[in-house]
Design a protein around this ligand. Sequence first.
Ligand SMILES: [Zn+2]
Length: 417
Amino acid sequence: MVTYHLTGALRGTDLTEVWVVEGRISHRNPAAARCDLSGGARHDSTGGPDRPAAADGDNGQGERTAGSERTSGSTASPNGPEASPEIVEITGWIYPGLLDAHTHPGLSHTADPVTDGEVLRRLRACRAQGVTHIREMGAQRDVATLTSPDSPTYVPGLPKVIRAGRHIARPMRYMRHLPSEIEPRELPAEALRQLARSDGWIKLVGDWIDRSEGLAADLRPLWPRDVLVEAVAAVHEAGGKVAVHTFATETVDDLLAAGVDSIEHGSGMTRDQLLEARDRGILIDPTVRQMATFPEIASHATKYPVYRDHMLSMDAGRAKHIQLMVELGSHFIMGSDTAEDVAERGMSVELARAVADGMPASVSMSAASYEGRRRLGLPTWEEGAPADFVVYNADPEQDVSTTAWPAAVLIDGVSTA
Ligand SMILES: [Zn+2]
């Protein structure tokens, strides 16, 4: 495997350089380690241009030419002596690989499951946008056949997937074909059933339009509070976590009472609810780009004027609401809420939308990378961790559109871009 030396603006760490050895992060120069073993013998191996060692030590925040991969020989080593094999230099603005915390590679909007080829296409589209991990927030198709290293049909080099089973909803209270549809009393058992087909998360639909109310139809909670509390407790008892889709305000107090772990969308959350979520460490996945589709959703709701107006009023306050979440210090994770459209509307679009709506680029990038990863228990820069990185030619915190064109993406130390 190729050994890499990463320098430049390393985001989310105080380290100024790291190495990638056998696919894992090393804080120690492997060449120096070899020379220690060989008694400090000096080798001049083949390689690239002579450069002053100091060039590698610049951890500047944007002044240097960056984003290039180049092969260097021993002369590039700040520690002087170096044995073969060669080390490939990567420099630029380097982040732990992005986490798309809400996407759906295995979701079908029809009765037919997605094919292997389509799952692979979606995951590769994620990777092309710098995403090395995803949390799949509900799908009929179990993608583990392709993404689990234990599977005989495993495909290496894809973003790593945290699955959440299938959406759980009540009949007629979510999109067709997607959810496991149950009655409220079945929720605790169904939550455990989906947890068994997941990587530790489940996904509940917390509210949706209740069309049975006719002209008065609006967003309504799906679950009585006591059932929700029981289901979340059962999942926690089993070591799992609960993510809940919610647009409405009236659902959120029940979610807070139940102690859910992650609120998806959260467009109806009040200031007090956001404060409580923050104080309880509940993650907020604002899916900003998805929230920007409320006018389109409203345009189809011709038979439901109350619901239509509700969606339009949330849209009118969308940017202010995102800014309020930022101001209150919400624990963000970032998700694109994409499925078949991930190539067109993936994480780079989500990040651009978030910044356009007033989330500082530093906040959105940290939430999409190292902070978000930590919040889901994923490694970042730790010694020995899998080397999952995204590299940019320019600073995405100066120009977020940079995220559409990563210079390199490393998954398990293998460069794929
Ligand atoms: Zn979704």
